[in-house]
Design a protein around this ligand. Structure first.
Ligand code: ATR
Length: 287
């Protein structure tokens, strides 16, 4: 006889290439343990060439996997390999979360939910005060941010990017609530803005960043960064020095994990200070 618990043991994954620095196993492992759920979540290194075969294996049930996270460099390619991408993933053109249901592989993108979920947790009510938002950057990471700001009802989202053509691509994708600009007019745009988010790699891993015109911003403005290594990025430091409210980017990583866990393991987990401390400790151990 099989153990009745064993029948419901679910196994999930994060795939990337490379994958060994992913913090997702810490996050999901913590929730499995604290919710006392059987199951596992592990990091698997899959090269781009092996991605189609990996997804075929999931579909056929060979790997006994219920779903997982997809990260760099697979987020875009994965979307073309699933059976049922949802509207969020299709609009962004990338997926970070997949799951099996009725023999078909489904996909969504929870990065935007993670982004606004973090702001909701760290700065409750933030969205009621934001009429104009400035988004720095127009790469892959900017897409989920712009989508989630628009879907929160923000009607003036200014995308500023070094390569203005990429900002136009995003504005075309996300519609009339968005506009595209180069970095030249940053002071003017920041002076109107209630909200600034950095989605570029500027400041990542402690790299130097030019001084941004934070002085132009309203004293009530909120500044956030999706970079979380280091936690206090140069852009957040500049904002804090100016006395502006800041929210760091680690919470986005924690909150984007919630919907996937709920799908694979059947319980919606909570982002707690204890979980955050676990991930911070890991970041500090691997500086
Ligand atoms: P991701 O998927 O992480 O967003 P990406 O698609 O390579 O990565 O995008 C990186 C973003 O950071 C882009 O907006 C990039 O600007 P360009 O489109 O002009 O390349 C921006 N970026 C990177 N380094 C930058 C720098 N030193 N100054 C300004 N923007 C920078």
């Amino acid at each position: 006889m099989r153990d009745s618990r064993e029948t419901f043991v679910n196994h999930a994954f994060v795939i990337g290439h490379p994958i060994k620095h992913s913090r997702s196993p810490i996050i999901h492992g913590h929730w499995l343990k604290t919710l006392d759920l059987p199951g596992s979540y592990r990091a698997i290194d899959i090269s781009p060439d092996d991605l189609p075969a990996f997804f075929a294996g999931i579909r056929q049930g060979d790997l006994a996997l219920v779903g997982g996270n997809v990260t760099i460099p697979h987020k875009e390619a994965a979307l073309g390999l699933v059976d049922e991408p949802d509207d969020l993933a299709l609009e962004i053109g990338a997926t970070n979360t997949v799951w099996m249901s009725d023999g078909r592989l489904h996909a969504t993108n929870t990065d935007g939910e993670g982004f606004v979920g973090n702001l909701d947790a760290q700065a409750p009510g933030w969205d009621s005060q934001v009429k104009t938002a400035v988004v720095l950057g127009a790469g892959g990471a900017a897409r989920a941010v712009v989508q989630s700001l628009r879907d929160r009802g923000i009607r003036d989202i200014r995308i500023l990017n070094r390569t203005v053509a990429r900002a136009h691509d995003l504005a075309d994708r996300f519609g009339p609530a968005t506009s595209a600009h180069d970095l030249e007019g940053m002071t003017e745009h920041l002076s109107d803005a209630d909200f600034l988010v950095n989605t570029t790699s500027m400041g990542m891993d402690g790299a130097d960043v030019a001084t941004l015109p934070m002085d132009a911003m309203k004293a009530t403005a909120l500044v956030t960064d999706i970079v979380y290594v280091p936690l206090m990025t140069p852009i957040l430091r500049q904002a804090a020095d100016r006395g502006l409210r800041t929210v760091d980017g680690l919470g986005m990583l924690l909150h984007q994990a919630v919907p996937g866990f709920a799908r694979w393991f059947g319980k919606r987990p909570v982002v707690t200070p204890e979980l955050r401390a676990l991930v911070v400790a890991d970041l500090e151990a691997h500086v």
